[in-house]
Design a protein around this ligand. Structure first.
Ligand code: IDP
Ligand code: MG
Length: 166
């Protein structure tokens, strides 16, 4: 089954210059990149992305991590991969959540670490199922930033100011 999945290269991946390595590893899947961008991550976006973990003791630090506050780099690279079994293929390459338990050949196993506080600094995010993928892709991307029609859209005529090129 064709699927789409959200990948985030987290701030530790970016500051440690792992972007090229990670994208090369992901290209082994032969999936298609249908969207990609660098993002400045607000507190609200980080909180919304991980809202299901709100009750966890590491939640606040996780939000700080995603905002780049632990790495002095306030950016994340967001991508959408599309193709046959995209979700399990990318999860497999990413490896287990805990970098110490992840296979050494996986991205998290190779590049992740556990902070002294206990937070798993694991380089990438990958959606875990189709429902999560839909919520996350819609959170990080507008329809016109994705080169395939993944989900239904509607025309909106909003009377709100937008920033455009001068
Ligand atoms: P996933 O990223 O493998 O889908 P989730 O359970 O969705 O794992 O957790 C989101 C993120 O929160 C992880 O990628 C990791 O950075 C952090 N995290 C999850 N569980 C723990 C934990 O038990 N200790 C510390 N950090 C954790
Ligand atoms: Mg998850």
């Amino acid at each position: 089954m064709k699927q789409q999945t959200l990948v985030l290269i987290k701030p530790d991946g970016l500051v440690r210059s792992l972007t090229g390595n990670i994208l090369t590893r992901l290209s082994e899947t032969k999936l298609e990149i249908v969207a990609a961008k660098m993002c400045r991550v607000s507190r609200e976006l980080a909180q919304e992305h991980y809202k299901q973990l709100k009750a966890q003791p590491f939640y606040n630090e996780l939000v700080q991590y995603m905002q780049g506050e632990l790495h002095g780099s306030h950016k994340i690279m967001a991508l959408v991969y599309w193709g046959e079994e995209a979700i399990p293929k990318v999860r497999e390459l990413a490896g287990e959540t805990n970098p110490e338990k992840a296979a050494p050949t996986s991205i998290r196993g190779a590049y992740g670490r556990i902070r002294t506080t206990g937070l798993f600094e694991n380089v990438i995010h990958a959606s875990s199922d189709p429902v999560e993928a839909e919520r996350e892709i819609k959170l990080w991307f507008r329809p016109d930033e994705i080169i395939r029609d993944l989900y239904p859209t509607k025309q909106a005529h909003k009377e709100v100011p937008v920033l455009e090129w001068a």
